[in-house]
Ligand binder design. Structure first.
Ligand code: HEC
Ligand code: HEC
Length: 201
């Protein structure tokens, strides 16, 4: 009797190892196939990517053209722009203080910074970055009513190539640049869109 009992015990044990292996394999495969688990992971990665990109979006080089008020701001502490310059309906200033009167196609040493077509967002779509938390700015950027009707991909298009954005990394003497490179920033914004435009809580 004892011998028989032992025999059954060994058989059970020898079956146990393959059973555990199968179970582990199943768990792994299931987690690959389970769409809910995958999209949770994407959501987390999307949120994280936006969180990193926000370091640039909230940088004074960007805030100064994306201010809360109806006028651009200047320098690393975003103080009022001199000469009482105003946004104007098209973001191009109010006569006679049009942006292009002073801002030219390139930075001027000890003068106004510049790239071609220097202007800020228009009155009816001011695209305010100043004073926005990362969650608020994220929701705003994907809201067509507040981003000029752009899809995620179009928001990215502006970020990759627009001279106004690229200027942030070549702003002229005496102005700080963002800590991460433009390529890193761009990659984070792409990851944010590709993984579903999820916003930080
Ligand atoms: C009368 C000339 C003049 C006009 C008009 C003008 N600017 Fe400027 N702007 C300057 C000068 C000069 C500076 C540099 C100020 C400094 O750094 O001390 C400057 C700086 C800036 C900066 C700061 C960049 C930074 O990050 O420090 C922004 C943004 C800006 N201007 C936007 C605009 C916009 C948008 C318009 C039109 C709505 C405009 N400016 C119209 C002369 C002008
Ligand atoms: C000289 C002013 C200026 C500066 C500096 C500037 N922007 Fe903009 N930004 C604009 C204008 C104007 C628009 C509206 C779209 C247009 O008319 O080109 C805009 C729109 C945007 C948008 C909205 C989405 C889109 O695709 O248009 C994003 C995102 C953006 N800017 C990011 C940035 C970032 C990041 C920086 C800093 C690295 C920056 N901007 C610096 C003027 C500026």
């Amino acid at each position: 009797m004892v011998k028989k009992h032992n025999h059954v015990g060994m058989k059970t044990r020898s079956l146990m190892i393959p059973a555990i292996c199968l179970c582990m394999l199943f768990t792994v495969v299931w987690s690959w196939l389970d769409p809910v688990a995958a999209s949770d992971q994407d959501m987390v990665e999307s949120q994280q990517a936006f969180g990193v990109a926000y370091q640039v979006l909230s940088h004074p080089r960007c805030l100064n053209c994306h201010p809360a008020g109806d006028a651009p701001t200047i320098r690393d502490d975003s103080q009022p722009h001199k000469f009482n310059v105003k946004r104007g309906p098209e973001g191009k200033g109010v006569d006679p203080l049009k942006c292009l009167m002073c801002h030219r196609d390139a930075n001027q040493p000890d003068g106004p910074p510049g790239v071609p077509n220097w202007h800020m967002p228009p009155e009816n779509m001011p695209m305010v970055f100043q004073g926005r938390t990362s969650a608020e700015l994220c929701r705003q950027l994907k809201d067509p009513l507040r981003n000029g009707g752009r899809t995620g991909e179009q928001v990215i298009g502006h970020i990759d190539k627009d001279p106004l954005v690229l200027w942030g990394w070549n702003p002229g003497q005496g102005r700080a640049v963002p800590e991460m490179t433009h390529e890193e920033f761009s990659a984070k914004m792409h990851a944010w869109v590709e993984k579903g435009c999820a916003c930080p809580e």
